[in-house]
Design a protein around this ligand. Structure first.
Ligand code: NOJ
Length: 564
């Protein structure tokens, strides 16, 4: 048995460990954004010793798994999603020993650990890229995607093809004066794409992955996994425009996104993980229709990723009919043994409370759905206390995206876009207490992003033990989720939307454990038919009652009932 594995330590608080099914099927995931989680040395930047000191919060919250956004060596131009050494830790975050202590301590607390792997690209400061761009015939010359491009009349340079970057506006090709060639950069210009068609790259990356698995990590979240295998012949993308999250895509990315080779890569990576007890898990950040996403789970008869992100809840309006349709879709698209993931927030998107107009009743309803639906829920740090977007003018952004967009459309900085363009707003320091540094840091050095003013009221300390707080609501839900097989492994039967059009009702069942979940997303009290032999297990509506087969639930509240 691996000495770092969770089984090897006594503290077993995770239902997922005790059960017969693989641990990841019943887990819940908490995303830590290390730069903003806890600063132990007062430099204004979160770090690994800080994270270690705050892991108790996750154990007390009751999640099963912690996913750390990247903490590898990096120039931090995209907060660690620009790696300059996958095998070491960024100096401002700590050392490799700290990373090992983090993994071991999490295991000691009964938490599983996922690291965030950015396989598509490195930083342009990675020694591999510096070497690769130094000439056309160095040992790493083919580790990135280089091409001469074409030449217009009068000698003007022309890109190799029509590929656009993920942000759509800039093209995906950048010119290197040094090598006098174009290199591919699917995301931002300082993030050159690795050439995964080169077997040396594959070997090195797989070895690096093995080295972290040997350190005991339980798996990985895979950054923009669907972009890794572009068309080796560099053929043009389709010209048909499309929409993603309400934002325009200017082309149909048939040659750059979700290619057959990407599905194959998922199976190869799975084989690497399965070398380790068959117990490690892969969670892909992939985008596309559910038919496409499911191809990452198995391909040509071989297992692939264990889970893929489904981001629909992140973008969906707070509307019963819309959410009902999503749940229905997940049940149809991910029948057991497949499992959807459920996400309300992450470090790239608007805080859910801000999308819910700051309404805590609505936040409780959404938390109830998140933690009682069939699937693996993912909670972003601060979501459990209701952290909100902290306005930061786009022109002051640390986030590279607004700056990249401004190069092409300067007026975009003044426009109101469907989603906040400045991701800094959702990355402000974790709010632990009411002190000036919010408990994130106790030094006078300003944190790398400003603390939200509302930390005086909205923080872990003030909500702990307050039965009306959002934090205690999350704790209670997570506790029920662990306790009830119906919630962490049961089937789900969704009731059709009835006359009460603002209400979502479903049953969760595992053997004799039977629960009913009801959520009222409307502005009026709703009356819901329930079996006569049912009683309220939990309700966010203190006035809610069950009488003679009828549950009354006031506006924006949710309840869980036991069915006898
Ligand atoms: C997706 C990550 O979530 C985001 O934060 C990052 O900027 C891009 N991938 C590029 O790695």
């Amino acid at each position: 048995m691996n000495p770092n594995s969770v089984e090897a330590v006594a503290a077993d608080t995770d239902v997922s460990i005790a059960g017969a099914q693989p641990w990841w099927r019943s887990t819940s995931i908490y995303q830590v954004y290390p730069r903003s989680f806890a600063d132990s040395n007062g430099d204004g930047i979160g770090d690994l010793p800080g994270a270690i000191s705050r892991l108790d919060h996750l154990r007390d919250l009751g999640v099963g798994t912690v996913w750390f956004s990247p903490f590898f060596a990096s120039p931090q131009r995209d907060v660690g999603y620009d790696v300059s050494d996958y095998r070491s830790v960024a100096a401002e975050y700590g050392t490799l020993d700290d990373a090992q202590r983090l993994i071991d301590h999490a295991h000691h607390l009964g938490l599983r650990v996922l690291l965030d792997l950015v396989l598509n690209h490195t930083s342009d400061q990675h020694p591999w890229f510096l070497e690769s761009k130094s000439s056309r015939d160095n040992p790493k010359a083919d580790w990135y995607v280089w091409d001469d491009g074409r030449t217009w009349p009068l000698g003007r340079r022309r890109r190799p093809n029509n590929w656009r970057s993920e942000l759509q506006l800039p093209r995906a090709w950048q010119w290197s004066e040094q090598r006098e060639q174009w290199y591919l950069a699917t995301f931002l210009h300082f993030q050159p794409d690795l050439n995964w068609h080169n077997p040396e790259v594959r070997t090195e990356m797989f070895d690096m992955i093995r080295s972290w698995l040997e350190r005991g990590v339980d798996g990985f979240r895979l950054d923009i996994f669907g972009s890794i295998m572009h068309d080796a012949r560099l053929r043009n993308n389709g010209r048909r425009p499309s929409l993603r999250f309400g934002l325009p895509r200017l082309q149909d990315p048939v040659r750059t996104l979700n290619t057959e080779e990407c599905f194959e890569l998922a199976t190869e990576l799975r084989a690497v993980c399965d070398e380790f007890d068959g117990d490690r898990v892969l969670l892909g950040e992939v985008f596309g229709s559910s038919d496409v996403l499911k191809r990452y789970l198995r391909h040509r008869g071989k297992p692939g990723l264990h889970l893929v992100f489904a981001f629909d809840f992140l973008a969906a309006p707070y509307r019963a009919e819309t959410l009902h349709a999503l749940i229905d879709g997940y049940e149809a698209d991910y029948p057991a043994p497949d499992l959807p993931t459920l996400v309300l927030e992450n470090h790239d998107r608007t805080r859910s409370l801000s999308r819910l107009d700051g309404d805590l009743g609505k936040a409780r309803v959404m938390a109830t759905l998140l933690l009682t639906l069939r699937g693996v829920p993912v909670i972003y740090q601060g979501q459990e206390i209701g952290m909100a977007n902290r306005y930061i003018p786009l022109a002051e952004a640390d986030d590279p995206i607004p700056r990249a967009v401004a190069r092409f459309v300067p007026e975009a900085l003044n426009r109101r876009l469907p989603e906040r363009l400045n991701r800094d707003e959702v990355r402000t320091p974790m709010q632990w207490d009411a002190t000036p540094g919010a408990g994130f840091s106790d030094s006078a050095t300003p944190p790398w992003l400003p603390v939200h003013d509302n930390h005086v009221e909205v923080n872990v300390e003030s909500q702990t033990g307050d039965p009306d707080s959002l934090l205690e609501w999350y704790r209670t839900l997570l506790g029920l989720r662990r306790e009830h097989p119906a919630l962490h492994q049961g089937d789900l039967q969704l009731r059709p939307i009835g006359e009460e059009r603002h209400v979502i009702v479903y049953e969760r069942t595992s053997g004799v454990d039977r629960l009913l979940v009801a959520a009222n997303l409307g502005d009026e009290t709703a009356t819901i038919d329930v079996p006569t032999a049912s009683s309220i297990l939990l309700s966010s509506d203190s006035a809610g009652t069950v009488r003679q087969g009828s549950l009354s639930l006031s506006a924006h509240s949710a309840a869980i009932l036991t069915l006898d």
